[in-house]
Write a protein that binds this ligand. Structure first.
Ligand code: PEP
Length: 262
C-alpha cells in the first residue's frame, strides 16, 4: 500500500430522490463516525448524488458537520448561459460540491462526450477549485485486441491537454473498464493494477514525479464488499469509484471499511 490516502466515491447515477439521498448520507456518516479511532482518518469518502439531490445532501453534510465529500456526476465547462439542462461549475461550488466525476463511460457512450469536451470540463473544474475525477476505461473489444494500455494512455493525455503540473495537483483518476461496469464482472486486481501503474507512468511523463506519486487512482467496475480489499491491496490502486454498491449503506459501508483498513 502506498502513502496516498484512499478515496471511496459513490456514484449514485440516476438513482435516489433527495429524501432517499439524505437517508443514505446519514447512514454512511454514522458508519464513518463509528469506525475505530485512527481508522476513519485513513480514508476519504465522497458521495455523488444526481443534481436534484445535491442540495439536500450538501445541507445535511454541512449542518451535521459530516466528514463526507460531495461530488457531482457531470457539469458543463461554461459558468452560465444558454445551455438548457446543464449545470455549471459555479453552481456546483455554490452547493459546496468539492468533486466532479468527468468522462464517465456512460456519458461518453450515451451522451457522446468527446475527449475534447471532457478536457474543457477538467480545466473548468480545476479553475473553480473542484477536484475532477477523470474517468477512463476500455471496451471489451479494445481489451481483446490487446490495445488497452495505448487506449487508456490516449484518454488520459487527451483529457489533460493544456493542464500544467501545478494545476494537476489534486487530480483524481478513475480506471473503469467499460466491460466491468454494472455487469458484475470485475477486472482481476492484477489487470487493474497493470493499467493503474501505466496511468502513473503517463502522469509522470506529462507532469513529473510528484504528480505521478501523489495522484490518487481509483478502480471502478462492480466493486463490492467481497472484492474491495483485493483491489485496495494493490500498490497503484488508491480506492474505488463505486456504482451499484453505493446505493445502500449496507453495500457501500463495507467498502469504506475495507479502504480504511489497508
Ligand atoms: C460506475 O459506474 O462508476 C461503476 C463503477 O459502476 P458499478 O460499480 O455498478 O460497476
Amino acid at each position: 500500500m502506498s502513502s496516498r490516502r484512499p478515496l471511496v466515491a459513490g456514484n449514485w447515477k440516476m438513482n435516489l430522490t433527495a429524501a432517499q439521498g439524505v437517508q443514505l448520507v446519514q447512514k454512511v456518516d454514522e458508519f464513518c463516525r463509528d469506525l475505530t479511532a485512527g481508522t476513519r482518518e485513513n480514508v476519504d469518502v465522497v458521495v455523488a448524488p444526481p443534481f436534484t439531490a445535491i442540495h439536500s445532501a450538501s445541507t445535511v453534510i454541512d449542518i451535521d458537520r459530516m466528514q463526507l465529500g460531495l461530488g457531482a456526476q457531470n457539469m458543463h465547462w461554461e459558468d452560465e448561459g444558454a445551455f438548457t439542462g446543464e449545470i455549471s461549475p459555479t453552481m456546483l461550488r455554490a452547493a459546496r460540491v468539492g468533486y466532479v466525476i468527468l468522462g464517465h463511460s456512460e456519458r461518453r457512450e450515451h451522451f457522446f462526450e468527446t475527449d475534447e469536451m471532457i478536457n474543457k470540463k477538467v480545466k473548468a473544474a480545476f479553475e473553480r477549485g473542484i477536484t475532477p475525477i477523470l474517468c477512463c476505461g476500455e471496451s471489451l473489444e479494445t481489451r481483446e485486441a490487446e490495445d488497452t494500455l495505448t487506449f487508456i494512455e490516449g484518454q488520459i493525455r487527451a483529457g489533460l491537454v493544456g493542464i500544467s503540473a501545478a494545476t494537476a495537483t489534486g487530480l483524481v483518476v478513475a480506471y473503469e473498464p467499460i466491460w466491468a461496469i454494472g455487469t458484475g464482472r470485475t477486472a482481476t486486481p492484477k489487470m487493474a493494477e497493470e493499467v493503474c501503474e501505466h496511468i502513473r507512468t503517463v502522469l509522470e511523463d506529462m507532469f513529473g514525479p510528484t504528480i505521478k506519486s501523489n495522484t490518487r487512482i481509483l478502480y471502478g467496475g462492480s466493486v463490492k464488499a467481497e472484492n474491495a480489499e483485493l483491489f485496495f491491496s494493490e500498490e497503484n490502486i488508491d480506492g474505488a469509484l463505486v456504482g451499484g454498491a453505493a446505493l445502500t449503506a449496507d453495500t457501500f459501508n463495507p467498502i469504506i471499511a475495507a479502504a480504511a483498513k489497508v
